[in-house]
Design a protein around this ligand. Structure first.
Ligand code: F6P
Length: 537
């Protein structure tokens, strides 16, 4: 394996001075460095990957046994080794089985829960399930991390399909979040969803209790308007939510992969069961593609290999996700959890230290907004930021196609500009046309040089429909999986979030004065004292 990494680095070094634009001397490059699946096009031709690099990357994927690990995941083997769990979020969008875990087919339970969820969502939408003041007008989903980011991102993404009650998302333990979300809502016609796999997460439980108190001021039986989505059905019961309104899921669904089952209830209520089913179908189509396509034509595999090439081979530490699709504005935040919680680890599966960098720092904003904020650095900064553009060929506003035309033009122009750049000669000519000469021309021209040769990829899809959104999310899930396999990481645990949580629990009594701060460092002690002095707690 070390040889393969060395070969890749060697290949990158040998071609270091080659310009991406030169690779287009091959007239077939755009075609041969793109891949299509079920109406989606992934173009990675504007990177420095050539046929040699691609071959080496595919060798790395094969040597890492991506195909074997993929089969193990889909068949329910316990590939989450540190927690001894299977990884089967794919079962949540499957239409049949069998899928065996611990000797039993899990699909009957999946389909039964899905049917219960669809019935409940339709009852909420149709008035069959009402609040104590009439039909439900608003739904508040209380959750955090995977119990919030997925459904919140998808609910926003599918706004054109909303035809149910308004759905709001509350995640932060900052009282501002729930306070602002509940403003203007009628507790008698509001449904509260408490979404927590563990039903112990302090932010979620604190917000859930606040919501219950808020509701108790207006209705006789607040828990009658509460629903729980959780693996810990007993804890949901202890909170006072009756079994008929508890929707459970198994420990083989990781939090950040849970949108496809009960955690998707908010989205289901917003768009209805038919649209939600299309969302599942899109993801299932991507699952099939991932399982069946050759590695060299496989979208998740190629996204992963491009990621590995940029991060671990070329050493570009960050990755910008730039959806030219305003309704995907929460996609970067969603992908931050998916990618960074999954692959942000320095220990390999076998407990040894990782020999390569862990997964990349993921960030982004929708275009064109980002163009007027951070693109300056992307174009002219000293560090290279590989960019991933997402673009719909068609928008949802038939009366505003001129907006869409501009959106498309901007997206394509950005990837072109990143690659092409502007040389000093071109900048000089530009300044000359403006009438500058001599030293002033030189000085001004230098500021207008764009280094270019900056890599980007483009994911183009027809329109952001429920089906397409399902494809996109499943594509990224599998990309993260493939990257994790190649890095030798367990992508399905998240021990790195524990320490901060433990220290927060220990600090609360320090803030209230019930515990001493003697074991705290000087900075933490001083900050606690300053907050207390300001009277904030
Ligand atoms: O703190 C990280 C995490 O465990 C995530 O992995 C998870 O999505 C989130 O917290 C919320 O957890 P839960 O759904 O159990 O409340």
């Amino acid at each position: 394996m070390a040889d393969l990494w060395a070969n890749l680095r060697d290949h990158a070094d040998r071609n270091d001075d080659r310009h991406i634009l030169d690779l287009f001397e091959d007239p077939g490059r755009a075609e041969s460095f793109s891949v299509r699946a079920d109406g989606m096009l992934f173009d990675y031709s504007k990177t420095r990957i050539d046929a040699g690099a691609r071959g080496l990357l595919l060798d790395l994927a094969r040597a890492s046994d991506v195909e074997g690990r993929r089969a193990a995941m889909f068949s329910g083997e316990k590939i989450n080794e540190t927690e001894g769990r299977a990884v089967l979020h794919t079962a949540l969008r499957a239409s049949g089985g069998p899928i065996i875990v611990d000797g039993a087919d899990v699909m009957a339970g999946v389909l039964e829960t899905r049917a219960r969820l669809y019935d409940f969502a339709e009852a909420v939408r149709g008035g069959g399930f009402a609040g104590q003041g009439g039909a439900i007008t608003d739904v508040v989903n209380i959750g955090i991390g995977g119990s919030d980011l997925g459904p919140a991102m998808a609910t926003l993404a599918l706004a054109p399909y909303h035809d149910g009650p308004r759905v709001h998302y509350v995640s932060n333990v900052d009282g501002a979040d729930i306070n602002d979300a509940l403003q203007g809502l009628d507790p008698k016609t509001t449904l509260v969803i408490v979404a927590s796999k563990t039903f112990t997460t302090i932010e979620t439980m604190t917000n859930a209790r606040t919501a219950r108190d808020w509701m108790a001021e207006a209705v006789a039986d607040p828990s009658a308007q509460f629903v729980a989505l959780s693996s810990a059905t007993d804890k949901a019961g202890a909170f006072g939510i009756p079994p008929e309104r508890v929707f459970g899921f198994e420990d083989w669904v990781g939090g950040r992969y849970s949108l496809w089952g009960p955690i998707g209830l908010g989205l289901m209520i917003a768009v209805g069961d038919a649209a939600f089913q299309q969302f599942l179908d899109g993801a299932a189509a991507m699952d099939r593609h991932f399982q069946e396509a050759d590695l060299g034509d496989n979208l998740p595999v190629l996204l992963a290999l491009v990621g590995i090439w940029h991060n671990q081979v070329q050493g570009f530490a960050t990755r910008a996700v730039l959806p030219y699709d305003n309704r995907l504005s929460r996609l970067p935040a969603y992908l931050q959890q998916l990618e960074m919680e999954s692959n942000g680890k320095s220990v390999a599966m076998d407990g040894t230290r990782l020999q390569v960098d862990s997964g990349p720092i993921v960030w982004g904003e929708p275009g064109t907004n980002g163009q007027h904020a951070f693109y300056q650095l992307i174009h002219q900064g000293t560090r290279v930021v590989p960019c991933e553009f997402l673009l719909a060929a068609r928008g949802h506003e038939p009366n505003l196609t001129h907006h869409h035309r501009l959106l498309v033009a901007n997206c394509l122009a950005q990837s072109e500009a990143l690659m092409r750049g502007r040389s000093m000669e071109e900048a000089r000519a530009l300044m000359g046309k403006k009438g500058l000469t001599g030293a002033e021309l030189e000085r001004q021209a230098a500021h207008r040089v764009f280094p270019g040769n900056r890599p980007s990829t483009t994911l183009l899809y027809d329109q952001l429909t429920p089906f397409t959104l399902g494809q996109i999310i499943a594509l990224y899930e599998h990309r993260v999986f493939v990257e994790g396999v190649i890095l030798g990481i367990n992508s399905f645990d998240q021990w790195g979030v524990e320490l901060g949580k433990e220290l927060a629990v220990a600090l609360e009594p320090v803030l209230t004065g019930e515990a001493e701060d003697a074991d705290k460092d000087g900075s933490t002690r001083a900050l606690v004292a300053a907050v207390k002095a300001a009277g904030g707690i």
